[in-house]
Design a protein around this ligand. Structure first.
Ligand code: MV4
Length: 456
């Protein structure tokens, strides 16, 4: 097992990783920008190193400074958290080249899944179902027309280097294809420096369902059930559930079987998440994330597992030590992402937190690096806390979340807590009857955000 682990991240996820390390008995090294000198992840670490100025590019994305910090503190492993360098194959390679262990998959698998075309080809070859679409990259407009005619309109043109919603264009009819093709290519080239695109049938009202998997370096692969992440606005998830209100245990078992078998054949290692669109009873794989995800706690709660602890154990060469038969999904979990944002306009609200009181009680978990007197910096992501509840049934989880949100006090700055309260009070949400488009409509229908642009 590792002696000392460097956490190349900040905020709640840096604390989350420190907590796992402390329970295993591993010393922790925090890295921080000058803007984060007073941050909780620095205060609670065994050691800390300043790695640069506020701009993430010069600090949390500064590979040379992070490797230097690992070297001077004698760390033997690096956990990247989510965002920042977590899905950077070159960084994983550099970490290993310096004789340290990267807590994550092989750089080859990070690279494979980073390109959505190679990710889909690999998964399809292993029996994972895809959305009907092009077989790989589409070379020109003529080929795009042939693919669209074969699969039928509407179609979606996607960037191979995209993901997270960037570089996508819909063509509802053949008339729109030319324009969508040119815009998608240009955006892909500008955003990613890679204009490779592919085409899929456009699904108009899917749910976004993802499966959490864990694989060790001895060929064992398990899954921790699915999460429903359909409640998002502009590709920012706001609330996640485990399990999905739309799936039966039999659906989960069938999907889990397909996915774990595919990943075992691929030789995948460490945590991963396969993203699916679910519509009309069918799952279609769209992307795989090769990192720990923000919403991992809902899976931890329903499976009673410490995903970060498992990541670290596996990275050090240990075996999972249990099989799928030992994992039961029990009860229901919900996570609300609390952001330092105006709940009506979604404008960031950095500033001083004058008072802070976290909710508690049975089945309530708060993952946050916030404290009274902390100043939320304007330089990074606006998420300041994750409120997670677990209860025997979905209605009980909703009731528990509503009372926990009522207890939660973050004073001095506006947060998204009032928006979560409105969502949880809505009958459509309570019925579990929503798609990826529901939240955008909910936000505009409630007469809020008159200054905000309409949904794209
Ligand atoms: C789609 C789709 C409809 N049909 N693919 C958006 C982000 C990227 N991960 C994939 N995305 C989508 N792919 C087909 N063939 C709709 C979306 C999509 C979406 C997916 C998941 C969560 C939120 C979304 C919001 C808008 C569009």
């Amino acid at each position: 097992m590792f002696q000392k682990l460097l956490i190349a991240n900040r905020g709640e996820i840096a604390l989350r990783i420190q907590r796992a390390c402390r329970e295993i008995g591993i010393k922790t090294v925090a890295v921080h920008s000058t803007a984060d000198a007073e941050a909780m992840h620095v205060r609670l670490a065994d050691e800390s190193v300043c790695i640069g100025p506020p701009s993430a590019r010069d600090s949390y994305l500064n590979v040379a400074n992070i490797l230097s910090a690992a070297s001077i503190t004698g760390a033997d492993a690096i956990h990247p958290g989510y965002g920042f360098l977590s899905e950077n194959a070159g960084f994983a390679e550099m970490v290993e080249a310096h004789g340290l262990t990267f807590v994550g998959p092989s750089s080859a698998h990070i690279r494979m899944m980073g390109d959505k075309i190679t990710a889909k080809a690999a998964m399809s070859a292993l029996g994972v179902p895809l959305v009907p679409g092009s077989d790989g990259a589409v070379a020109d407009l003529a080929e795009a027309g042939e693919v669209a005619a074969r699969i039928g309109y509407p179609v979606l043109i996607k960037a191979a280097a995209g993901g997270g919603g960037r570089g996508m264009k819909v063509a509802h009819t053949a008339d729109e294809l030319d324009e969508a093709w040119r815009v998608a290519r240009a955006e892909a080239r500008a955003a990613f420096g890679n204009d490779a695109v592919y085409i899929e049938k456009y699904l108009d009202r899917p749910r976004h369902i993802e499966l959490q998997v864990m694989a060790d370096s001895h060929g064992n692969v398990v899954h921790f059930g699915e999460r429903d992440c359909s409640l998002q606005r502009r590709h920012q998830k706001l609330l996640e559930e485990a399990g999905s209100p739309a799936l039966t245990p039999a659906d989960r078992e069938a999907l889990g079987q397909t996915v774990t078998s595919a990943l075992a054949q691929l030789g995948y290692r460490n945590a991963g998440t396969l993203e699916f669109l679910f519509q009309d009873g069918h799952f279609s794989f769209i992307e795989m994330n090769t990192r720990l995800q923000v919403e991992h706690p809902v899976s931890e709660m329903v499976c009673d597992v410490d995903i970060v602890r498992e990541q670290i154990r596996i990275a050090s060469g240990e075996a999972l030590g249990y099989t799928q038969a030992d994992i039961t999904v029990s009860g229901h979990a919900i996570e609300c992402r609390v952001n330092a944002e105006d709940p009506e306009t979604f404008m960031p609200t950095p500033g001083l937190v004058t008072a802070y009181h976290a909710p508690g009680g049975l089945g309530v978990r708060v993952d946050s690096a916030l404290y009274a007197g902390y100043r939320v910096p304007p330089y990074y992501d606006s998420m300041i806390a994750k409120l997670i509840v677990h209860a025997p049934t979905r209605p009980q989880a909703i009731a528990r979340m509503r009372r926990a949100l009522d207890e939660f006090a973050v004073l001095g700055i506006k947060t998204t807590i009032p928006l979560h309260q409105r969502i949880l009070a809505d009958p459509r949400f309570q019925a579990g009857d929503y798609t990826i488009h529901w939240l955008e409509r909910f936000v505009s229908e409630h007469g809020h955000g008159e200054d905000a642009a309409p949904p794209p």
